[in-house]
Design a protein around this ligand. Structure first.
Ligand SMILES: *Cc1c(COP(=O)(O)O)cnc(C)c1O
Length: 352
């Protein structure tokens, strides 16, 4: 082991492994146990598990903070939102992940939260909404509008206003964006997506550089019990090992598809912030978008994103999706197939 700082691609491969000792396994085994022999730590498997620790060490090292794994991305989101005092105000991007918004809206209906929706591309509007708030909730790029926030500016403004800032980093991953370095207090992940990367796991995580926040969130997990299964965490860590190569291929496919689709028949707009493997393709209306979903043969019509296989869906098919998202918007999660096959399939689906 050396103390030389390592680059993120190397950390993704090396962090969270057992020590290099003769006879040691290279991977942290899956610990299927509900309890532990008295006298050590952890004491019970709702508070800790060595397989969780390996994953938490790796993702924490990549994001630059203390990581707490959860049973899903929404469990991680809920644990962070639970830190807001009763009646506290949350400033949130209007195009945040729809179930994070639903959680806030349902809380607002019962007086639990005050919700202030903002356009995160409008820095002045976000700053104007901060005074007196408890939390600034950012997602960048946003799902599925793919807007990008000026994270350093907004987190600095939040800090100056005494507001905690959170970034949902699911779309960019720590290989493309490290929000804690950009001034955020807390990062949340749906590790279900790019981190696990194979559409076979549901898992979430919170990462923070603030020890007292980590303590409170870990305590919340133990108390509310939204703990991950050891097998899911093992699979997510295995996925994380190859994140850099999957991301490299999928991102280059995404950039190339954005170029080739820009003047394809029926395409009104291609949105590609260049910070993820997700694209948005805006067609004239719902019928035009539905037609593409029916006609694709390689692309899989499915919700979720970040797997090795390419998927697409028309987001407004969900009644809970924001009405400001165009009816004809298709969200494309670009995988690692050959880009020519991906392009040909979309072009035939868009054609006559
Ligand atoms: C999917 C997703 C979530 C929720 O994660 P789950 O693992 O499905 O609970 C939160 N934020 C974003 C940006 C997502 O894409």
């Amino acid at each position: 082991m050396s103390d030389t700082p390592r680059r993120p691609e190397t950390i993704a491969v090396t962090a969270g492994r057992p020590p290099h000792e003769p006879g040691a396994p290279l991977n942290q085994p899956v610990a299927f146990t509900s309890t532990f022999v008295q006298g050590g730590d952890p004491v019970y498997a709702r508070y800790g598990n060595p397989t969780w620790s390996a994953f938490e060490e790796a993702l924490g090292a990549l994001e630059g903070g203390d990581c707490i794994a959860f049973s899903s991305g929404m469990a991680a989101v809920s644990a962070v939102m639970a830190q807001v005092p009763h009646g506290g105000a949350v400033v949130v991007a209007r195009h945040t992940y729809q179930h994070a918004l639903l959680l806030l809206d349902e809380g607002a209906a019962s007086g639990r939260f005050e919700v202030r929706r903002v356009d995160i591309t409008d820095g002045d509007a976000v700053e104007a909404a901060l005074p007196g708030a408890a939390l600034l909730w950012l997602e960048s790029p946003t799902n599925p509008a793919l807007e990008v926030a000026d994270i350093p500016r907004l987190t600095a403004a939040a800090r100056a206003a005494g507001v905690q800032s959170v970034v949902d980093n699911t779309f960019a991953t720590p290989l493309l964006q490290r929000p804690l370095e950009l001034g955020a207090d807390i990062v949340v992940h749906s590790a279900t997506k790019l981190i696990a990367g194979h559409s076979d796991v549901v898992l979430g995580a919170v990462v923070t550089g603030a020890p007292e926040a980590a303590e409170r969130i870990r305590h919340h997990r133990g108390l509310h019990g939204a703990i991950p299964g050891p097998m899911e965490v093992f699979l997510a860590l295995r996925g994380l090992r190859t994140l850099s190569v999957r991301l490299e291929r999928a991102a280059s496919n995404a950039r190339e598809l954005a170029r080739r689709l820009a003047d394809a028949p029926g395409v009104v707009e291609v949105r590609d912030p260049g910070l993820s493997t997700v694209l948005a393709l805006v067609l004239a209306d719902a019928a035009a978008a539905d037609r593409v979903v029916e006609r694709v043969r390689l692309w899989i019509p499915a919700t979720s994103l970040g797997g090795v296989e390419s998927t697409l869906e028309r987001r407004r098919r969900w009644p809970t999706e924001a009405p400001t998202i165009p009816e004809g918007l298709l969200r494309l999660s670009v995988g690692i197939e050959h880009v020519d096959d991906l392009a040909e399939d979309l072009l035939q689906a868009l054609g006559e």
